[in-house]
Design a protein. Structure first.
Lengths: 479, 522
């Protein structure tokens, strides 16, 4: 057997480590790439070998095929806003004695005070108790249950409180038939019961109004027009400077503009009711946001339960823990302590300590390529989060390193109309150590709005998910 | 005829859509085409253009409409297909940070890459090397501190994949004329080398070049390859490659004495080798080499000469070695200038194997030599920072380089050591090596020259005489240029010899004469 030197001519080199070696090769005009290598986090390091083995195993093809299918669902998702109904009427599995809240599940005693307050206030709003103490007793006795909204296809931004009688926007992915739900924002009442867990007479009045007056009109109208297609609104919004998580200015305007005319065409609305509906549109800041979130949820539901797929289909926090779900691992949660946000404060005397670690489900938007992943769409948000636009562009590019596709539905003008990176791959996150970046608002430990910023999903979530993935498919993993 | 195609709920920016027509180009049978969002205004535009059909009229503002006037339906279908392709065309510029964080990303940017050069800390180096081998790359690993079992696994993996795992602890390789690692560039020629010693390989290569021949391939295998735990996996591959290589006429094998089992394996392989083989097992057993039909040599200069001497047709060597009488004359001249208390030799080396070679040569005439990497354990310096009697320091050893670049890259630790030795009134002579090559310090001679000249002058002022003897391990093709480095050292008062062995012989001759022929250790 002839053994040739297994080195080609011209030589092409990948250099890893001290740059002096790459320089020495380049000096000889040898084509050389220097890896931008940095010591991996312990968690990443621990899994390198297994990732290597996985990549070389027959399982790799199955993973690739499964992920391709999941990405097809992601790209072909066609969400329509189809209804606005009390949650109990439309959310599968929801019962009259249940309150939903954001983030992964957590025992009562470990919940942050914002969520405990929100759950008690939700019980008060439902009329199941008349005092906080009574409400807490109902929870402790198990008569009232509280659950992770994400487990019910519901998006809970902020504290994420949803009670059975509150109305939700219903968004349906016409491609898969899957649905996502999210309560509308509470008009002039800031975060309200849903977002910040607060409750007072004004909030009750507004929630009642939405349920009894506005909701039915919108429900009828949405049925009449067979739903409002949302994808195109986001496509246009992203081209107009929305990253759709911290900013949905254009999207809200596009949608509200359309809704004014639809309301005008809606037959037989008494003028005082019409006024309520118009007020709802006019006085609800970021009106589009819950609909965008519900669209993301419907899309992610269509990506769920694909055997072998390593795509992240949920990433949410509750102020204490942050949790992710992975397509092939269904509804299993993989959690780590919730990360702190960094960014800009509203008030000069705010301290980092005052900020609650990440709370809320809004960051599922990032899982379909919006928010922090579409940072390059939004110069305004770049400033809001304390960075430059160049940082935002770099951020979108960086996220592409852990994603499986460019979402052609959301084109980024600043990146030559490349699609926003989408489809977070558990394996890529662990291989690169790049953590998904999230845009979000900051709320204080006492439920006040403090500012806006960014954070990253903890690597430990991915490490735990990988362990579960490896355990599930261990017979197919060599070594 | 009018053809309309509607893509429902597919929003595209109008500037993008307007560009499509131009990119579509000429299609026979196509009279006119417009691609627009079906807003009422655009529908009326299409109507004015005479391309709006019933399907188009029914479209809504979120729908994309391809409206055209064509001679036949087939053309319409063709145009639609081409526009569809343009609509879904992939951006030529891939997304991503462009940062190559892993080998997979690097391979996307540099398809066909065939070598990974790894100089990470040991534990990380192993992971990256495994990734590289699995991706089909050969590996050159400068890193050391790799667990021996990891080394064996990597080398086995490489062998299974018909790849070379050069290292861990591989200083240099010279492959297809490319200097890899901290490596001299030498002329190409008929001699192929495989070596488990970085500075030994470099010295032999540059001497082959200096003596008038050249190198086909020089494969570094890593310092531990011939230990029994590894079994010479890479060395055996390298011998196979050199034997098969048509440009290689003579093979040189260099290593510290191998493990017993490995030595047997290597010798069996060499016995079956169809080409002449020269083996230098640095202070190792020669009998086995000779029994295997190979030539055993002691110094690297000898190795280079032996290799050249086996070439046909013969190559005239340009060797200027000093005769015994010439050595004696220089020695006499130096010895005459010393103060009575000056009697010791100090070596300060960057190349570990060169230090060893020098000690092996000098021990014969000046006796035992203290060292931080001594020839026998009883000669280990208690404190490597403080010399005693005759002493050779390998400044590239770990105790000097911890947390710093290799001494060949940054020989600055040598400056202080040189000053200390030169100021010692008992020191008569300092012996040094200078490593040239790609990746090495850009001017090692220039860096030392001033300090050397000052030290020689200071010794003179103090009524002493300091001899400085050196060799330069480098070639005319190196970025530092051998002759230029030599000139700088000569100008500083250094006696520059053609090889490390010659430098060691001269140093030993001087010191032996100073201390009486049988001198050395008391």
């Amino acid at each position: 057997m002839t053994t040739a030197l297994p080195i080609g001519s011209p030589l092409k080199v990948v250099a890893i480590g001290a740059e002096v070696f790459a320089d020495a090769l380049r000096e000889q005009a040898i084509e050389t790439i220097q890896l931008q290598w940095s010591p991996p986090a312990d968690i990443v390091r621990k899994h390198q070998r297994q990732l290597c083995e996985l990549r070389e195993s027959p399982l790799a093809d199955k993973i690739a095929a499964a992920n391709a299918k999941v990405i097809e669902s992601l790209l072909n998702a066609d969400p329509y806003w189809v209804d606005m109904k009390p949650a109990i009427e439309v959310v599968p599995g929801l019962k009259p004695n249940m309150i939903l809240k954001s983030g992964p599940p957590l025992p009562w005693d470990q919940l942050c005070s914002t969520q405990r307050m929100g759950i008690c206030n939700g019980i008060l709003y439902e009329g199941l108790a008349t005092s906080d103490a009574e409400a807490e007793a109902l929870v402790r006795s198990g008569e009232v249950e509280f659950h992770a909204a994400n487990d019910f296809e519901v998006v809970g931004p902020g504290a994420g409180i949803l009670t059975p009688s509150m109305i939700v926007n219903v968004v349906e992915d016409r491609n898969s038939g899957k649905r996502g739900y999210c309560a509308p924002f509470e008009g002039p009442n800031k975060g309200g019961l849903s977002g910040w867990g607060i409750y007072n007479a004004d909030i009750k009045k507004h929630l009642d109004l939405l349920r009894d007056v506005v909701g039915p009109i919108f429900s009828k109208m949405l049925k009449r027009i067979e739903g409002v297609p949302i994808k195109a609104i986001i496509t246009r919004g992203v081209e107009m400077g929305d990253e759709t998580h911290s900013r949905q200015e254009a999207e809200s305007l596009i949608l509200i503009n359309k809704l004014f005319f639809l309301l005008f065409d809606e037959p037989a609305i008494p003028s005082d009711v019409l006024r309520c509906c118009v007020d709802f549109l006019d006085k609800t800041p970021r009106f589009f946001h819950p609909i965008g979130m519900a669209s993301a949820m419907a899309t992610l539901q269509s990506m769920k339960h694909m055997e072998y797929s390593t795509v992240v289909i949920a990433q949410v926090g509750n102020g204490v823990e942050y949790g992710i779900k992975v397509s092939s691992l269904g509804d299993q949660w993989f959690t780590a302590p919730s990360p702190q946000l960094k960014g800009m404060f509203l008030s000069s005397d705010t301290r980092q300590d005052d900020i609650l670690p990440w709370i809320g489900d809004s960051c599922i938007l990032e899982a379909i390529g919006l928010g922090g992943f579409a940072a390059a769409a939004s110069p305004a948000v770049a400033r809001l989060t304390g960075g430059t636009f160049a940082d935002a562009i770099a951020q979108s590019r960086e996220m592409a390193d852990i994603c499986l596709c460019e979402n052609r539905n959301f084109l980024l003008p600043a990146l030559d109309y490349a699609g926003s990176p989408a489809g977070i791959d558990l394996l890529k996150v662990l291989a690169t150590g790049i953590q998904p970046v999230l845009h979000g608002g900051m709320i204080s430990k006492t439920g006040k709005r403090m500012g806006a910023g960014t954070t990253r999903v903890p690597l430990a979530c991915f490490a735990k998910a990988f362990a579960a993935f490896a355990a599930k498919y261990r017979e197919e993993i060599p070594g | 005829m009018i053809c309309n195609y509607v893509k429902t709920n597919d929003y595209r920016d109008s500037v993008f859509l307007m560009g499509l027509g131009r990119r579509l180009g000429q299609v026979p049978g196509l009279e006119r085409v417009a691609v627009l969002m079906a807003t009422p205004m655009n529908l009326s535009l299409l109507d004015d253009m005479g391309v709006l059909g019933p399907e188009g009229k029914a479209a809504g503002p979120n729908d994309l409409i391809i409206a055209m006037s064509v001679t036949d339906a087939e053309t319409g279908e063709k145009v639609r297909a081409r526009l569809d392709a343009l609509l879904n065309e992939k951006k030529p510029q891939p997304m991503g940070s462009g940062a190559c964080r892993d080998i997979a990303a690097a391979l996307r940017q540099l398809p066909g890459a065939d070598l990974a050069v790894i100089s990470l800390p040991g534990e990380f180096a192993v992971v990256e090397a495994e990734k590289a081998l699995n991706a089909g790359l050969n590996v050159f690993m400068f890193s050391d501190n790799v667990a021996i079992e990891d080394e064996r696994k990597l080398k086995q993996l490489a062998r299974d994949k018909k790849l070379l795992m050069m290292g861990p602890g591989c200083g240099l390789s010279f492959l297809n004329g490319n200097a890899i690692g901290l490596c001299s560039k030498v002329r190409r020629g008929p001699i192929g080398l495989a070596a488990a010693s970085g500075s030994g390989l470099q010295e032999t290569m540059v001497l082959i070049d200096r003596f008038g021949s050249g190198v086909s391939q020089a494969i570094g295998v890593g310092g531990r390859d011939l230990r029994d735990e590894i079994g010479g996996i890479t060395m055996l591959q390298a011998i196979d490659i050199l034997e098969a290589d048509v440009d290689t006429k003579v093979i040189v094998v260099i290593s510290k004495p191998p493990g017993k089992n490995t030595e047997r394996k290597i010798m069996d392989r060499l016995r079956a080798c169809s080409k002449p083989v020269i083996v230098n097992f640095i202070n190792g057993d020669k009998d086995a080499i000779v029994q295997a039909g190979a030539v055993a040599t002691e110094t690297f200069a000898e190795t280079a000469l032996a290799a050249i001497s086996r070439l046909t047709p013969p190559v005239a060597t340009k060797i200027v070695d000093l005769s015994a009488s010439e050595l004696a004359a220089i020695a006499a001249s130096e010895v005459g200038k010393y103060a009575p208390e000056q009697r010791y030799l100090r070596g300060i080396y960057c190349g570990g194997t060169l230090a060893e070679e020098a000690m092996l040569i000098m021990r014969r005439s000046i006796g035992d030599i203290y060292a931080n990497a001594p020839l026998s354990p009883d000669m280990l310096l208690a404190n490597p920072q403080i010399s005693r009697e005759h002493c050779v320091i390998d400044i590239g050893a770990e105790e000097f380089t911890r947390g710093k670049p290799h001494a060949a890259i940054d020989p600055s630790p040598r400056l202080d050591r040189f000053r200390a030795e030169a100021a010692d009134p008992a020191v008569a002579l300092i012996l040094m090596d200078f490593l040239l090559g790609y990746g090495c310090n850009p001017d090692p001679a220039g860096m030392m020259a001033e300090t050397i000249a000052e030290a020689i002058a200071a010794a003179g002022r103090a009524g002493r005489h300091l001899s400085v003897v050196a060799s330069i391990c480098g070639s005319e093709l190196d970025p530092q240029v051998f002759s230029a480095q030599k000139a700088k050292l000569r100008a500083a008062g250094v006696m520059v010899m053609d090889s490390n062995a010659a430098a060691a012989r001269l140093a030993a001759a001087i010191i032996a004469m100073k201390n009486g022929v049988s001198g050395g250790r008391k």
